[in-house]
Design a protein around this ligand. Structure first.
Ligand code: SAM
Length: 288
């Protein structure tokens, strides 16, 4: 089974790769590390970890560096991401991290049954079609060992959370609308992304056990520690997202330019406020 890939940004693009590298450092640090919610006993049971849609490999290499006995595999559909990730692992001396090209929308995956103790996927809303989620969750069950953990992290609210910038909110709104129109959101209400509300139920319905969640909020207001990094992400990210927004008629070219310029000004003001919300949902594959 293969579904058409409609990733919302051109993935073979060096600017997108640079954005993802910075975003990874920001998210992993702001969320408290690579696997912050796992207890020591759970960490001790990990041997093989898969990162789906790993981008340029930042999370996977950091995991392999933090837990050196782990074997970490990252997969991504983009050739330049995988090439960079393998080079990054090599120059970091991480022979326990490997990266392969794989389309996560094409089943079955290239891995045999019960290959992994943990599967991670962070920010896959950009290519996941609503109808494909149940198939992905089932396929992860097949390649997880009994007792293995599936761990999904998605953002919530608008594309870059919630802000008091009028320009940014126009673009946030267009991004959410375009993702709903593209069939990539799990809730019918197109006022917000909504996937984090549905993922726990979806995991339970697929048969995952001990489903739990952890929420993170990143303050990117002026003078907050993540302000500059998040501003850069918003400025570059919305430019890269523009073709997707126009394609789904979520905004016009002229309205995009006006909102973007307004956002540029507003992000630099003393009273800019922004909060970016993430939820990590995880569940355990039942023991056999
Ligand atoms: C928003 S990035 C997230 C990267 C990484 N997970 C992180 O959190 O830093 C989404 C990634 O999905 C990849 N991607 C897009 N379509 C894909 C597909 N069909 N299968 C696998 N990866 C895909 C892109 O190349 C990109 O690296």
């Amino acid at each position: 089974m293969t579904q058409e890939n409609k990733y919302f940004i051109e993935a073979e693009n060096a600017a997108e790769m640079a954005r993802l590298l910075k975003l990874d450092r920001l998210l992993t640090k702001a969320m408290g590390g690579t696997l912050p919610e796992l207890a020591q006993e759970e960490l001790a049971n990990l041997h093989d970890v898969l990162d789906i849609a790993c981008g340029p490999g930042g999370w996977a290499v950091e995991l392999a560096n933090t837990y050196r006995s782990l074997r970490v595999t990252g997969v991504d559909a983009s050739e330049i991401m995988i090439r960079y990730a393998n080079g990054f692992a090599e120059t970091s001396g991480r022979s326990n991290a490997h990266f392969k090209r794989m389309n996560a929308l094409s089943l079955p995956f290239i891995f045999s049954d019960q290959s992994f103790d943990l599967i991670n996927a962070r920010l896959i809303v950009g290519f996941m079609q609503t109808t494909f989620w149940p198939h992905l969750l089932k396929e992860c069950q097949r390649i997880l060992r009994p007792g293995g953990i599936l761990r999904l992290t998605e953002c919530e609210g608008g594309i870059v959370g919630v802000t008091n910038s009028v320009g940014c909110e126009i673009l946030n709104r267009a991004g959410v609308l375009a993702l709903h129109r593209a069939g990539q959101c799990l809730t019918p209400n197109d006022a917000q992304l909504g996937n984090t509300a549905v993922l726990p139920s979806l995991l339970r319905q697929t048969g995952y056990q001990s489903v739990r969640h952890v929420a993170h909020a990143i303050d990117w207001s002026t003078n907050a520690p993540w302000h500059n990094a998040c501003c850069q992400n918003a400025l570059i990210g919305f430019q890269l997202l523009k073709p997707f927004l126009l394609k789904h008629q979520a905004i016009t070219e002229q309205a995009f330019q006006q909102a973007y310029q307004r956002m540029e000004r507003e992000l630099q003001t003393e009273d800019f406020c922004g909060m970016w919300y993430f939820v990590t949902v995880s569940g355990t594959n039942p023991p056999q």
